[in-house]
Design a protein around this ligand. Structure first.
Ligand code: AHR
Length: 531
């Protein structure tokens, strides 16, 4: 995705979606939708890394959102805000990608270590020209990841850095304290080597990361994959660092072809363990859709666009299959989400937007698509974690609010590392003007404790949906879980009204046809199926 070069105006469409929709009776001729769940069949593992996050030095994503400084009146632990840490712990964030984004290819890690007063202040030229104080650097990031119980996904600078700089960075993070690099880290407060589980080899090298041709990038990538070493003695076997190469921009196949062809031809000296894909739901470029006021056509267009993720994955997975039929290299969708017009009176370079029930529906639909491609898609990072784009959390000084998208991540917790179970259903049709979409979507899985879970989204903003869950290979007499909905599809949570879109208890009982779930219009339901 290309970065913003000029301020955007907020789209002034002011049509209201569906205040009366929740109250609307289900049309008489609406037959229930039968979802057949083949509980006797096990698909691939839905890797918990599919629920990863992305935190870039952009706007208030880090400064204000994560880092408030040790002397702040906002409750913090070593400068990192406690309310945000608790909220992120609650959704078991599996990994955090940092420091960017476009920022990563201009980041020089040495600016961000050592005594705070000596750190160099630089300009964040990608994002609003803000002063980057570098007070949140490597040690602070590792502390943050540790506090939220997550894994580090660090992207090194290929665009304006060097192999040596990247190699020394990972050496600083992982080397034994008896080495000079390890001693320096110990002097900065952390004698034990850090764990760097994921390493990004550049970011969007086809654009902001250096506008490299696929072949040029591939040659560079091999040098980084060879020489940037992880020295942490505990990172062997399954814990070994995974190197993730830059891959395609949306549907462009050229990086996929070049990187995968070279991976197939790799020798003992280098390898990669992931290929990145970036794809945002934007409604056109530059993004002009409002995050707070939109009509039903805009809603349907964005949902339609987001459903394109399925074809995009299938397209790149087919190329990857040519070179890697055993699916050893995962497709890592490390930037995705809705990218909308910046909120009025905000710096357009800070990418500030609200987050509505629509965005929660978009998140659920994408998570379902990722689950269906779990054999190849084993990691994703929604953009971005706090205060930027499709955020989990919004903060303003000491205030914090959880977004509808956050609630989807919490409701989907049972799907982390669960086993995919095939479902089949006739989704029906939701029609808006000349746009036709499936009315519902569903995925099922068996969690790590063996319990069965079903997630169903009714994306129709006006019509409730009656679902009959029909199981084979297991029995379900009742279902219990949560529903996320609101009176309007453009409903948002604010600091003043944080509970407009929050999950509510949901339950269902079996009738003679099977388990009947009555989904409100524009809702997401996640339930455990109980015998
Ligand atoms: O997420 C915002 C930006 O989008 C990232 O910095 C960049 O990688 C992409 O273009």
């Amino acid at each position: 995705m290309i970065r913003l070069t000029r301020p955007l105006t907020v789209c002034a469409v002011a049509m209201v979606l569906g205040a009366p929709a929740l109250a609307q009776a289900q049309p008489k001729n609406d037959a229930p939708i039968t979802v057949k769940i083949d509980a006797g069949v096990s698909g691939p593992k839905i890797d918990r890394n599919i629920f990863g996050q992305f935190a870039e030095h952009l706007g208030t994503g880090i400064y204000g959102g994560v880092w408030v400084g040790k002397d702040s009146t906002i409750p913090n632990t070593r400068g990192i805000r406690n309310d945000v840490v608790q909220a992120l712990r609650d959704i078991k964030v599996p990994n955090v990608r940092w420091p960017g984004g476009c920022f990563a290819d201009e980041y020089h890690w040495r600016h961000g270590i050592g005594p705070a007063e000596n750190r160099r202040k630089t300009i964040n030229s990608n994002w609003g020209g803000a002063v980057e104080p570098n007070t949140f650097g490597t040690d602070e990031f590792m502390d943050f990841v540790d506090q939220i119980g997550s894994e580090a996904y660090v992207s090194v600078n290929i665009g304006s850095g060097s192999v040596q700089e990247a190699a020394e960075w990972v050496e600083y993070m992982t080397a034994d304290p008896q080495t000079t690099a390890g001693k320096e880290r110990a002097a900065n407060g952390h004698p034990a080597p850090y764990k760097v589980k994921y390493l990004g080899l550049g970011n969007e090298s086809w654009s902001c990361g250096g506008a490299m041709t696929p072949d040029y990038y591939t040659s560079e990538m091999k040098r980084y994959a060879r020489f940037v070493r992880n020295y942490n003695p505990k990172q062997t076997g399954a814990e070994a660092m995974q190197r993730i190469a830059v891959g395609p921009n949306q549907a462009d196949p050229t990086y996929t072809e070049a990187v995968m062809a070279s991976q197939k031809g790799h020798d003992w000296a280098w390898n990669i363990e992931g290929l990145s894909l970036h794809s945002y739901t934007t409604g056109g470029w530059p993004p002009s859709y409002s995050s707070t006021k939109f009509d039903e056509t805009a809603y349907a267009k964005l949902v339609k666009e987001t459903l394109g993720m399925d074809g995009l994955i299938a397209q790149h997975a087919a190329i990857m299959d040519k070179y890697d039929p055993d699916k050893k290299v995962p497709l890592v969708i490390d930037e995705w989400g809705v990218w909308l017009a910046p909120l009025e009176n905000t710096n357009p370079g800070f990418l500030v937007q609200q987050n509505s029930l629509r965005d929660a529906i978009v998140a659920a639909l994408n998570l379902n698509i990722f689950a269906r491609h779990a054999d190849r898609v084993r990691m994703t990072n929604i953009a971005q974690m706090i205060n930027v784009l499709q955020a989990m959390i919004l903060t303003d000084k000491d205030k914090m609010v959880l977004t509808p998208t956050y609630h989807v991540y919490k409701m989907y917790l049972p799907f982390q590392d669960a086993t995919f179970i095939p479902v089949s259903f006739d989704a029906g049709t939701y029609v808006q003007g000349d746009i036709k979409l499936p009315r519902v979507d569903a995925v099922a899985a068996r969690d790590t404790q063996g319990k069965l879970w079903l997630a169903v989204t009714n994306l129709d903003p006006a019509r409730p949906a009656s679902i009959v869950a029909n199981l084979s290979g297991a029995k379900a007499m009742s279902a219990r879980g949560q529903v996320l909905t609101a009176g309007r599809v453009d409903a948002v949570n604010t600091f003043e009204a944080p509970g407009v879109v929050t999950p509510k208890p949901f339950s269902a009982k079996a009738g003679h046809d099977g388990l009947k779930l009555d989904l409100p219009a524009k809702s997401i339901v996640v339930v455990q199926l109980e015998p």
